[in-house]
Design a protein around this ligand. Sequence first.
Ligand code: ADP
Length: 268
Amino acid sequence: ITWDTSVVYNQLENDFHILVIMYDISDIINVKQMQIDFLRNASHELKTPVTAISGFAKTLLDGAMDDQKTLVEFLKIIDEQSDQLTSLINDVLTISHIQNGTNYDYQSMNLHDFVNSELAPYQSVAKVHQISINNQVGSGVEVNTDASMLTRILRNLVSNAIKYNIPNGQIDITYTVNDSYWQLHVSDTGIGIAQKDISRLFERFYRADDSRTKQKVSGTGLGLAIVKELVDSIGGTIHVKSQRGVGSTFTIEFPIVTENDGKAASDN
Ligand code: ADP
């Protein structure tokens, strides 16, 4: 525990009083440390694509572009690294946006139709990899939620379910409900997640060894951190069940918000 103290002196006639007030400021110190770590990690991650872009561009200008094959190869790398940079900047901006506090606009919506429209842009990418995405949410399911928050969550989970899947794989989106929460489950038949990685998945910039060392799958390591921050900000929870070589299921519990609750805001 880290303490801060303030001392108040008070002299009443002949008596002299000293009041010592002690505050526990561990939380403030921890938040500050997290912000410092985030900036340090973000700068480090941003440097990687910038270094690659400038290195390959300089090499081309120094003469490598005379060779047509090298030119195309290096331009492809520059293009990929620019995309990585854009994703990183967008994700970092999203995190700082969430941390500044987000106002949610809760509206009643048909979840089946909403999931269908969100999945549409992913269907063609999935098809290229022979992956099928199935919306298993019943056609009559209505929920009261903030559309842009749900979009962010769903897009991150579905794009991961595609990225970390295998050819001929499957992705299912299902809905369940109990007294206080409704749940959205995104299941995939992909590579799965090792037990040692599960507890760290929601850390900012964390990528399991498979995706980082093999450099096969692009990513920022911020997607699940964003999902977790959004889920926390609405008082929900997120759980993962996974088995290597079998697949993963991400479950999000959303508190049931009635129409009368009106607008809800995060207290971040
Ligand atoms: P990334 O940009 O790396 O995808 P995320 O924060 O979205 O970052 O995910 C963190 C890590 O969790 C990923 O790098 C990957 O190792 C693992 N992961 C996430 N979703 C899945 C999934 N559906 N199947 C297997 N591994 C996953």
